[in-house]
Design a protein around this ligand. Structure first.
Ligand code: SPQ
Length: 428
């Protein structure tokens, strides 16, 4: 475990950050390229630990994948070209890897065992195991399949119509990836729209997927064809510097190539609602839209965040909570129970760690209440092995008066290996 002495009381952040590739899109590019026929190339791939776990799992299934920094080439031989793995498939810290792979492996005639780190061992798997069993999948796991390790004996599947009990892109994707291999049609109905990268990207690989508002339908027995993927920057990573630019005095930051997919861009709506001084420029309207965002020190005001916007910013809530400590008035975040089943219980970790730095923040059953504007002080804080908590605390340190030590700082490498370098480069 690495402790890091963070730089505090920064006078100004100035400069440009090239935002690294989107984690959700990078995972899917590896998975879909691995089950496609023909060559797939990926540019601006996120070489973070989570996506490297996905590469390693597919290599164990016999797929030839070459990764050189942010460039990846996959020689796909179709779904039937995968081979039974000789060893356990280790997903590391990645919920996306285990849940989407469970969908893929359910339809393949092999025995596979999936497991990850201590955080993965606590995360709920019933949400994917239950619908996949309804499709005919044979999945076992600890406590009747509630938790990892999961053991899958893949086989014949049939399509289902399934109403998601929680708004989860991972559950939706696992069902669609099983549906792709099933007899008949599979329909997933979402309670609120979640990130749609699986639907958009399957189409790029030549698959027919129909979306009608919150209902997504896929026909079974479809094949993927290799393609070239350009990954936009990750708005969930950009969110840390968007917040830093808004709360550190005398700052102006340009964030290049930020993904702006509507199902992911709730952070932009929150910046608007809080009165942040920012502009989106150089927008590119492709199937995964992106643009540059310039942000400057802002007079922020509190806001309410709830309902359908929650899945559009679920991973940004830790950093939004920090931003709210520097806004005038009260910010109330609710309908966000899902935070409890992420890499950590993100309601508890955000509240406990920010409280150590002097924030006025209270946990509720489905979110948090933050009162601002509160000066932050020094202290010893801990990422609890959660990358997003680690990065949020590093940004909190920039405005803290007094030394801040971040325990377990290396967790940031899960989604943003260059995070500390990028932060350092902005400090003037
Ligand atoms: O992959 P993992 O570990 O679940 O990562 C997180 C994150 O903060 O990076 C969540 F902990 O992102 C999820 C996100 O919360 C990535 C994801 C996806 O790529 O489909 C979807 C969301 O999870 P869910 O459970 O709402 O579907």
């Amino acid at each position: 475990m690495t402790n890091r002495h963070l730089i505090t009381d920064v006078t100004s952040l100035q400069g440009t950050v090239e935002i690294p590739g989107d984690k959700s899109i990078s995972h899917r590019a590896i998975m879909f390229g691995s089950i496609a026929d023909g060559t797939t190339t990926i540019r601006n791939f996120l070489a973070g630990e989570d996506c490297l776990s996905t590469i390693s799992c597919f290599q164990k299934l016999g797929v030839t994948i070459q990764q050189d920094g942010t460039n990846v080439t996959i020689e796909g031989k179709g779904l039937n070209g995968l081979q039974e793995a000789k060893e356990l498939l280790d997903v590391g810290n990645s919920g996306t890897t285990i849940r989407l792979m469970t969908g893929i492996l359910s339809g393949l005639p092999y025995h596979s065992v999936l497991a990850g780190d201590a955080s993965i061992a606590k995360r709920p798997m019933t949400r994917v195991v239950e619908p996949l069993r309804k499709m005919g999948a044979n999945i076992e796991g600890r406590e009747q399949g509630k938790y990892t390790p999961l053991s899958i004996r893949g086989g014949k599947l049939h399509g289902i119509t399934y109403e998601l009990p929680v708004a989860s892109a991972q559950v939706k994707s696992a069902i669609l990836l099983a549906g792709l291999q099933a007899e008949g049609q599979t329909t997933v109905i979402e309670p609120a729209r979640t990130r749609n990268h699986t639907e958009t990207m399957l189409q790029m690989f030549g698959v027919n997927v129909n979306t009608n508002d919150r209902t997504i339908t896929i026909e079974g027995n479809q094949k993927l064809t290799g393609t070239d993927i350009m990954v936009p920057g990750d708005i969930s990573s950009a969110a840390f510097f968007l917040t830093a630019g808004a709360i550190v005095p005398n700052s102006r930051i340009l964030l290049k190539n930020v993904g702006l997919n509507e199902t992911r861009s709730g952070m932009i709506d929150v910046l608007l609602a809080m009165g942040a001084d920012f502009a989106i420029i150089n927008e590119n309207h492709s199937s995964e839209p992106s643009g540059d965002i310039e942000i400057a020190t802002s007079n922020l005001k509190g806001t309410e965040i709830n309902g359908d916007i929650i899945p559009r910013l679920i991973d940004e809530i830790p950093i939004i909570a920090l931003m709210a400590t520097q806004a005038e008035g009260t910010t109330i975040i609710s309908d966000a129970k899902e935070l409890k089943v992420k890499e950590t219980n993100r309601i508890d970790t955000v509240v406990s760690e920010l409280t150590k730095l002097g924030a006025d923040i209270t946990a509720t059953d489905d979110g948090m209440i933050i009162k601002g504007k509160t000066p932050l002080t020094g202290g010893t804080v801990n990422s609890h092995g959660d990358h997003r908590i680690g990065m949020m605390l590093a940004i909190a340190a920039t405005i803290a008066q007094g030394d801040v030590i971040l325990e377990d700082a290396e967790a940031v490498a899960v989604s943003y290996p260059n995070f500390f370098e990028h932060l350092q480069q902005l400090m003037k």
